[in-house]
Structure formats: C-alpha cells, structure tokens
Design a binder for this molecule. Structure first.
Ligand SMILES: Cc1ncc(COP(=O)(O)O)c(C=O)c1O
Length: 400
C-alpha cells in the first residue's frame, strides 16, 4: 500500500516558487541574476500598518482569537465590501484566513466531492487546479486566447458547464496575465452563470486595486445580484497593502459556506496570526492614498516592459489592465537555437536557456496552462526591469 495519499499523485509543487528558488541559488553562487519570478510587490508595508502591529504586540494582543477572525477585522472587511464593491456582508458571512490561499483551499475543501468539476480559465494562477485536485475535485481548464486579451468568452463558458460543475474560479485582474474584465465583459459571463443555478462563483479579487489607466474594477456579485447567494468574493491584503508575509486573506459569502469553511479552519490551522489581523484592520481602515502612488510606479513599469518586449524578436506582449504581470508569447522563438546549441522546443526551454545565457529568471507559461509563453513580474526595481528587458532582447536577437 502506498504511504502517500493518491490525491498527491497529480499535484506538483508550485513552479513559480521553483523558479524563484533556482534564481536565488544562482545568485548565491555569484551569478548576476535578475529575478522576475516573484509575485509580490517590491514596496515595503506602509508604516502605519507596521505600527499597528507593534501596538498590538505591546497591548498583549498575542493570544488565540476567534477562529474566523477578530470582530474588529470583520467589521473593517464589511465596510470595505460596502465602500468599494457595494456588497453587504455581515460578520457571519465573512471569514479571515492565513492568506487568500488558505481561504480558497478551505472553500474547495468544504464543498468538493469526488467528480465535482471546477472550471478554471487558462492561463490560471498555478494553485487553482492543484487545490482542486488535492480536494479530490476535477479541474476543467478552458483555454482563452491571446487575441481575446486572455479573457474567457461567454460561449466558451457555456460549453464548459456540465451537470457536475460546482464552481467557476474567476480572477480579475489575473495572475499571470494581468488581464481584467470590464463591467460589460463580466456581465456577459454572469448572464451565462445566472442561467445555471447549480454553478457557484469563486471570484479571486486579490488584485482589485492594482489597475491602471482609469480601468474600473467590478466583481460578479456586485453586477449580478442573482449570483450573490452563490458567490464567494475573495480578497486579501497581500498585494495591495504590500503585506505578502503577514498572511491575511478574507472572503464574503453565504453563511452556510462560510460556516463550513470556519469548521475546516478550526480543525486545521485555527485563527490567522492575531498581530497580522490587527495590522490588517489598520490596512483596511487607514489611509489608502499610497495605493495610487504605488500604482503610478507599476503603470510606468508595465508600459516600459510591454514596449521593450514587443521590440524583442519573436516575442508578442499584450498590454494588460492590471496586477503586476505581463504574459508574452514566445511562439515566434520556437525552433530557434539558443547560444548553448539547444533548439527551443517549448517555453520551458526558453526560460531555462534565458536564465543560463542572460541571467534573467521568468516563469514558463506551461506552469499557468498556456504555452508557449512566459510570465514576467514587474514588481521589481525599474532599473533591473530595464536591464532584464535589454537582456531578453539580446537573447532573442542572438537566437540562431
Ligand atoms: C491570483 C492570486 N490569488 C491568491 C493569491 C494568494 O494570496 P495570499 O498571499 O493572500 O495567500 C495569490 C498570490 O500570489 C494570487 O496571485
């Protein structure tokens, strides 16, 4: 009898973390490496948030809390949902977890039975399909097209829905493409979903605030009230508030689902860190003006990277609406020969040879279910980005 669970057979460790680790190892060995793999802002957590954490420590707020979050944080989250998304969630409809990742995992663990299908548009955030598999569900990936800006089309959604569909996971702005749905595009999808009452919507709004050029963010339950009773609206402080290490994510949704998720959390990790919760209260209630300051930098970097990559031979890079990623196609380099003599057969070859030849670490599109392409995170110093793009141009220009 095998010792490890069968559910692990089809699950891989996160490829994005693998690339970051490889770049770190090369750097430690003395190589000049620019890592564009990490999915976190390079900005520090704002001071007011750090101070709130120190204050919480000094005040002895260092004990177990309610499993699903302190009332003060739930109140701040309820206000946030009302203020920014025009959604009403009471405290019993809100759960706080150790990062958005845990909240998504809990939702799937609370609802999936073997054979249940979860629709995941591709390219997707690496963890969705594997989390579905770990919870013995079946991921149904639906490939989007670069020409459609990597956005799911209503007819493709309609075709993917079966009687076994339990969830669709939507993520706008997207990791890895940065693509975001306009209100009209999202409405076209929610119109389809409204016709299928057995399908639940998990909307991952983690990058809500990271949108550029006056793009207006919207979320499914806000634009289609008929979906409110079967939507889990997920968000967190990691990206917007530069708090990836603090591990606070949250969601609003129907009370029976939230309560089931809290039961799972109570028997696994219990409450998220008490100090981080108090910091998150300050993040959500405190000044928000630093977000637009950070976004101005992100927008400038996006424009720089998109423009420089489109000048690289064989690369096609769409201009995304949000997040801090671009997702260029490297189809035009396939079959060409790298300086090592290796012929590029897929995007894994592309990223490996790019790292070896030029010391630039990016993540292969295969990790996100759409190839040949790669993901660049531009949450990195502008000078480094510029140098990395110059190296990518040189790498592509030198291919035989
Ligand atoms: C789309 C998306 N959802 C969720 C998460 C998880 O965020 P957290 O750090 O809050 O667990 C990430 C982090 O990379 C993400 O990119």
């Amino acid at each position: 009898m095998a010792f490890l669970a069968d559910s692990l057979l089809s699950v891989k460790p996160s490829l994005t973390i693998a690339v970051t680790d490889k770049a770190r190892a090369l750097k430690a060995a003395g190589r000049d490496v620019i890592g564009l793999g990490a999915g976190e802002p390079d900005f520090d957590t704002p001071d007011n948030i750090k101070k709130a954490a120190v204050k919480a420590i000094d005040a002895g707020k260092t004990k177990y809390t309610a499993v699903d979050g302190i009332p003060e944080l739930k109140a701040a989250i309820a206000r946030k949902f009302k203020r920014e998304n025009h959604l009403d969630y009471t405290a019993s409809q809100i759960i706080v977890g150790t990062g958005g990742k845990q909240v998504i995992f809990n939702a799937l663990a609370a609802t999936l039975n073997p054979g249940d299908e979860v629709i995941v548009p591709a390219p997707f955030w690496v963890s969705y399909p594997d989390m579905v598999l770990l919870n013995r569900g079946t991921p149904v990936t639906v490939k989007t097209r670069l020409e459609d800006g990597f956005r799911l089309k209503p007819d493709a959604l309609e075709r993917a829905i079966t009687p076994r569909t339990k969830w669709i996971i939507l993520n706008s702005p997207s990791n890895p493409t940065g693509a975001a749905y306009t209100r009209a595009e999202l409405k076209a999808l929610t119109d389809v979903l409204a016709k299928h009452p057995h399908v639940w919507v998990l909307t991952d709004d983690m990058y809500e605030h990271l949108v550029y050029d006056d793009f207006v963010f919207s979320t499914p339950a806000e634009i289609e009230p008929r979906l409110y009773e079967r939507t889990l609206t997920l968000n967190g402080v990691s990206k917007t508030y530069c708090m990836t290490g603090w591990r606070i994510g949250y969601a609003g949704g129907p009370e029976p689902l939230i309560s089931a998720m809290a039961t799972i959390q109570s028997q696994s990790t219990s409450n998220p860190c008490s100090i981080a919760q108090w910091a998150a209260v300050e993040a959500l209630n405190g000044p928000q003006d630093f977000i637009s300051t950070n976004n101005a930098v992100f927008r400038e970097r996006r424009d720089l990277v998109v423009s420089m990559l489109n000048q690289a031979k064989g690369i096609q890079c769409p201009k995304p609406e949000g997040a801090f990623y671009v997702y260029p196609s490297c189809a035009g380099t396939m079959g060409r020969t790298a300086p090592s003599g290796k012929e590029l057969a897929n995007d894994e070859d592309f990223v490996t040879e790019l790292l070896d030849a030029e010391g630039v670490a990016v993540v292969q599109g295969t990790a996100f279910g759409y190839a040949p392409a790669f993901r660049i995170s531009y949450a990195t110093k502008t000078e480094d980005l510029e140098e990395a793009c110059r190296r990518i141009q040189r790498f592509c220009g030198n291919l035989g």
